[in-house]
Design a protein around this ligand. Structure first.
Ligand SMILES: [Cu+2]
Length: 144
């Protein structure tokens, strides 16, 4: 028992010294889960502000902070993408990464004229994308 404790403490010390922090756990998604835009498709032209409607199949929507299997909340990526590293972390919150932590399934979006890319990403109650990720294809739209 004492030896076990000593070994455990030694290992912990090594982790601390090495700066090793286990990554926050990612939540599994069920097979076949999909998220996509209902009312927009690649190549569309819109007037700003415009409505964006989110569809989710194979999973449910739950507000941020509510831990429940096979659920998540929507995120809209605007003119950006998540790197492989970012896919394992809470999604940033800024003008390019919009959270719908209240469980919203649509939003009015205001963007300046020009081309913009939009992508939907579902993430778990702590804002971390699922494994495998549940995300739409990015679409490019033109704001008139
Ligand atoms: Cu979020």
């Amino acid at each position: 028992m004492v030896r076990w404790l000593r070994t455990t403490l030694a290992l912990l010390a090594i982790f601390v010294v090495a700066g090793f922090v286990p990554a926050a756990a990612q939540t599994p998604s069920p097979a076949g889960a999909k998220v996509y835009f209902i009312n927009l498709k690649d190549g569309d032209a819109v007037n700003s502000p415009f409505l964006v409607q989110f569809w989710l199949s194979g999973m449910g929507v739950a507000p941020a902070g509510v831990e429940k299997p096979n659920t998540g909340h929507h995120h809209l990526l605007i003119d950006t993408a998540l790197s492989a590293e970012q896919m394992k972390e809470p999604i940033p919150s800024d003008a390019n990464h919009v959270h719908f932590g209240g469980g919203q399934t649509e939003a009015m979006v205001t963007l300046p004229p020009g081309q913009h890319t939009l992508q939907l990403v579902l993430a778990d109650w702590t804002h971390i994308p699922h494994v495998p990720p549940v995300m739409s294809q990015p679409i490019t739209i033109t704001v008139r």
